[in-house]
Write a protein that binds this ligand. Structure first.
Ligand code: CDP
Length: 231
């Protein structure tokens, strides 16, 4: 039997995307990004001088990302504070964004990006990266390109785009494989690729092609959100 998506989506269909900038007025830049009920808010502070001084790099700014799930974002209350998982996601978020941010323009500075997940229904790191890229652009931080992120899953034998929680936890047949990825908007380069599960090299290529196509749609929504602010 072929896997049918729990919410009736086509295999290459993402959940409804909502993107908006300027949601945290006191920040240098901010954004909210949703895939269906998965929602991330990002706020950027900086570039500003980095303290303590011994952390400063005279060649470039430091990009620091902080990812966290709000306690109320998941069905079973999440204990406040950082976890191994949040440290990992903060790091991969930094690595996904750093290639596009012109850090060399700001020696000795820091750019802090805070990401809070207010509702979690899987693919939160992808929503967080999309919100963070938008918030950086909204803050006027010079960037070479934008970053757009989406997850591709293999649920039983079927590749699907934008994995939700029920799919992520699928245990029948071959189970679930989750592949969050991020693409740079102009060069198409990959700045995030993680793999939780099993997949053959041929299928991984197909998954990346699906993700790349979906990321272009994410990019269009990000651009729409940025254009609205100028109106
Ligand atoms: O969210 P993402 O898919 O990027 O990362 P994950 O570690 O694979 O987590 C998948 C999902 O598990 C999250 O999006 C949440 O819906 C859920 N989760 C949870 O319910 N409680 C946690 N403490 C962590 C994750």
């Amino acid at each position: 039997m072929v896997y049918k998506r729990v919410d009736g989506r086509a295999f290459d269909e993402m959940r409804e995307i909502k993107a908006e900038v300027g949601v945290v007025p006191r920040a240098f830049g901010s954004a909210r990004f949703s895939f269906g009920s998965t929602t991330a808010i990002a706020a950027v502070y900086g570039p500003r001088q980095l303290h303590p001084q011994h952390l400063q790099d005279p060649q470039k700014a430091l990009l620091r990302c902080y990812y966290d799930l709000a306690s109320f974002s998941v069905a079973e209350r999440k204990k406040p504070g950082p976890t191994r998982r949040s440290y990992e996601i903060s790091k991969v978020t930094e690595w996904a964004l750093a290639p596009v941010v012109m850090l060399e323009n700001f020696p000795n500075a820091v750019i802090d990006v805070f990401i809070i997940i207010t509702q979690a229904d899987a693919s939160t790191r992808c929503a967080g990266i999309n919100a963070a890229a938008l918030a950086l652009a909204h803050a006027g931080v010079p960037m070479k390109e934008l970053v757009s992120s989406v997850s591709v899953g293999k649920i039983d034998k079927q590749l699907v785009v934008d994995v939700c929680k029920e799919e992520e936890s699928y245990e029948e047949g071959e189970g679930a494989t989750d592949i969050p990825m991020a693409f740079l908007s102009e060069s198409g380069k990959i700045s995030l690729l993680q793999l939780d599960g099993k997949i053959s090299p041929e299928e991984l290529k197909k998954a990346i092609a699906l993700g790349k196509k979906a990321a272009k749609k994410v990019y269009q929504e990000q651009i729409k959100a940025l254009k609205k602010v100028k109106e």
